[in-house]
Design a protein around this ligand. Structure first.
Ligand code: ZN
Ligand code: ZN
Length: 359
């Protein structure tokens, strides 16, 4: 991974904001900028490169993973240590990430950093860089998506009436790890029957029944990068009413994906999906936004929500995931992870969407 070029891009961004240094407190951002993947750490980015503070559990790991950063070991008080270093090294205009810093952490950092520098909130700078993936990142996401698709293809023949939601979720998670993944990127969703009307249902001991719609939402983490995919299957021979609803969600998703291109406002994707569903009288059952960026985190920039003005860039990786949720009856969602390429969209989770299971 090309950490140096990421750090250089951040330097340019800092300069444009009139900042000398940025205190990086999000672990995802630290991983992006240095390669370090521990569960605790603080970093400072500046024109002279990256400095990273870790506790003794992570010293060896940090020196190996964050080879380009200056690694400092401290037994306690990572933020205070970073603050003391900043006081000593004297940058005058320091940015901090107010979205990833507690009030107490901020106070400790400022106290240790002294009175001389000015402190400015600067959340979202690294996230803005992360929204455009480099080729190494898209390759990792592509692999994570491929593995997710394989796992789903393997488990789907076992889907039948009488099997527990929890057992299917466990089987999906197990296979993710057996195939070399680090584990699920989020709690795997298997939601059947009425439970499929809950967009973020947790799997339960409920048994699948004939006539259930079953939503599977899963994604693996592989080499630090996530995938995200949803498929809905019907247990039995789907009646015309269900087929029609399914077809509407599928077409809405196709419209959304067709809108993905560099320069398109993020909100236009949501608009395309919602317009199709509205035409079918289904828009009021679509209760969440159309999609989100995927990368080191399962939900990151850009957000494909209503009215979002940010423009999509080539190299963005996003989900397109329309769904309809009918309380007391069930739900249908179809989701792919999609790369916005210079020439248009590339679906990274190419699992069939025309699948109906006979119970
Ligand atoms: Zn999902
Ligand atoms: Zn998603």
């Amino acid at each position: 991974m090309d950490f140096i070029s990421r750090q250089e891009k951040l330097s340019v961004l800092l300069h444009s904001r009139g900042l000398d240094s940025l205190v990086v407190t999000s672990l995802a951002n630290i991983f992006y900028l240095t390669g370090f993947r521990g569960s605790a750490g603080v970093a400072v980015a500046g024109s002279s490169g990256m400095s990273l503070w870790v506790d003794p559990r992570y010293t060896v790991q940090a020196r190996a993973e964050a080879a380009g950063a200056e690694v400092h070991e401290v037994r306690a008080g990572l933020l205070e240590a970073a603050g003391r270093w900043l006081r000593k090294h004297g940058p005058r205009r320091i940015g901090y990430d107010e979205s990833n810093l507690s009030c107490r952490g901020y106070e400790n950092l400022r106290r240790a950093g002294g009175k001389r520098p000015s402190w400015s909130p600067a959340a979202g700078l690294v996230e803005r860089l992360r929204a455009v993936k480099d080729s190494c990142e898209t390759e990792r996401i592509r692999q994570a998506c491929r593995l997710t698709a394989e796992v789903f293809e393997e488990v789907v023949p076992e889907v039948r009436p009488g099997i527990k939601e929890l057992d299917l979720a466990a089987e999906l998670d197990y296979r993710m790890k057996r195939k070399g993944g680090e584990g699920p990127a989020f709690e795997t969703i298997v939601a059947s029957g009425r439970r499929a009307a809950l967009p973020h249902a947790r799997p339960t001991a409920k048994l699948l029944e004939k006539g259930d719609l079953v939503i599977f939402d899963l994604g693996v983490i592989l080499h630090g990068y996530a995938a995200d995919m949803t498929r809905t299957v019907y247990l039995g021979c789907a009646p015309a009413r269900v087929r029609k609803l399914y077809q509407s969600v599928r077409e809405a998703q196709e419209r959304g994906i067709a809108t993905l291109r560099p320069g398109a406002p993020a909100g236009s994707v949501d608009q395309a999906v919602r317009t199709l569903l509205k035409r079918r009288g289904l828009d009021r059952y679509f209760t969440h936004s159309t999609g989100h960026g995927v990368g080191i985190e399962i939900h990151e920039a850009p957000r494909l929500g209503r009215g979002e003005k940010a423009r999509l860039s080539a190299g963005a990786v996003v989900t397109v995931e329309p769904g309809i949720y009918l309380e007391g009856a069930g739900g249908i969602r179809i989701e792919d992870t999609v790369l916005v390429g210079a020439g248009g969209a590339e679906i990274l989770t190419p699992v069939s969407k025309g699948r109906w299971i006979l119970g």
